[in-house]
Design a protein around this ligand. Structure first.
Ligand SMILES: *Cc1c(COP(=O)(O)O)cnc(C)c1O
Length: 360
């Protein structure tokens, strides 16, 4: 049976990217060696990382003066590296859920942290708006897409302070005005690559300003100067990231990714709103296009496990919601074909026909 992969992360990658990676695991570019056993200092791998960096810059239209880094450690490591490198005295954080809270916790070790707004009052089902950002902060940190709660900041905010964003789960799903940011980072395992590599975009002129000693591996300048090769980088995930970027370019770039994301999200939210058995969990204007959360409608809560089984039997994978929201979460990343969303919608419709009478 065909599987429809709605995993939240690590998550679906384009089939042709997986096939090309598999080939290179056996024989990389006719070298007679596996990508798993070549030196990161070889000219063959240098060409891979150079192309990954160039395509990354091209896809996001990154202006001059920025570096793109491929590091280990995950987005979670950046929660600490960001304040280590950019927080001099005071930073502002927008609290939109679990990941934002984790980022804020680390920043507190480096200076004063102002929570400019929070949606904790409604279990993070919306994005706070109209908040004031103190003008004397070193930066405002936002989480553009809240993978767990299914809300998303779909436009780059207008603020008068430097912006920093965790874009782990919506990078490359829309055009971004990178010039507004001094740093953009994320774990690559949602829209770009298998787990193991973290992307970081930094504005070079903002580095080296805190006056504090930064341990070598946690200092962005180390990795800018070393071209992400100060130490051994995650070779295979960087290679796959490069292939995903090639794929994305061939498809039409981030504008096309955005068009597809809107199309898929409209389809699924449309069904959630129409189907009497299900209901959305987030405010409509803040709905994420990447992580679509829904629960059983009032009166049908007892059917949750039943639907989970029903969907699994029809090939749906990874739709169980995060424990802090419950219900269901369908992650619709770039590589997820529209056919998979159509299959989920058909499954919800079929379930409604069969169980509508079972209201408690
Ligand atoms: C997945 C995720 C993280 C954590 O990433 P790791 O690479 O596992 O550290 C952080 N922020 C967001 C928004 C995420 O979706």
């Amino acid at each position: 049976m065909k599987k429809h992969n709605f995993n939240a992360g690590p998550s679906i990658l384009p089939r042709e990217v997986i096939e090309e990676t598999a080939k290179s695991v056996l024989d990389f570019n006719g070298t007679g060696l596996s990508i798993l056993e070549i030196s990161h200092r070889s000219k063959e791998f240098q060409a891979v990382i150079d192309e990954a960096e160039a395509l990354f810059k091209e896809m996001l239209n990154i202006p001059e003066g920025y570096s793109v880094l491929f590091l280990g450690g995950g987005a979670s490591m950046e929660f600490c590296m960001v304040p280590y490198n950019f927080l001099k005295r005071k930073a502002a954080y927008l609290n939109t859920g679990t990941w934002a809270k984790k980022a804020m916790k680390e920043a507190k070790a480096f200076g004063e942290v102002v929570e400019v707004a929070s949606s904790a009052d409604a279990n993070f089902n919306y994005i706070p708006k109209g908040y004031e950002v103190p003008s004397d902060v070193d930066y405002l940190h936002i989480t553009t897409n809240n993978t767990i709660f299914g809300t998303e900041i779909k436009e780059d905010p207008e603020v008068d302070v430097p912006l920093i964003a965790d874009m782990s789960s919506d990078i490359f799903s829309r055009p971004v005005d990178v010039s507004k940011y001094i740093c953009i980072y994320g774990g690559a395992q949602k829209n770009l690559a298998p787990a193991g590599v973290t992307f970081v975009v930094v504005k070079n002129e903002y580095l080296g300003q805190t006056g504090r000693y930064i341990p070598t591996m946690l200092d962005y300048r180390t990795h800018v100067d070393g071209g992400s090769m100060f130490n051994t980088p995650p070779v295979l995930p960087i290679y796959t990231a490069m292939l995903t970027l090639r794929w994305m370019k061939k498809q039409g770039g981030v504008k096309e990714m955005e068009r597809r994301a809107c199309e898929k999200a409209d389809l699924l939210y449309g069904e959630i709103d129409r189907n009497s058995l299900f209901t959305g969990t987030t405010r409509k204007e803040d709905r994420s296009r990447m992580n679509i959360c829904f629960v059983m409608a009032p009166g049908y809560e007892h059917l949750e496990a039943d639907f989970a089984r029903f969907a699994t039997e029809r090939g749906m994978v990874g739709i169980k919601g995060h424990r802090s929201v419950g219900g269901f979460r369908a992650s619709c990343y770039n590589a997820l074909p529209k056919e998979s969303v159509e299959a989920l919608v058909a499954c919800m419709q079929e379930f409604e026909k069969e169980r509508k009478e079972d209201k408690q």
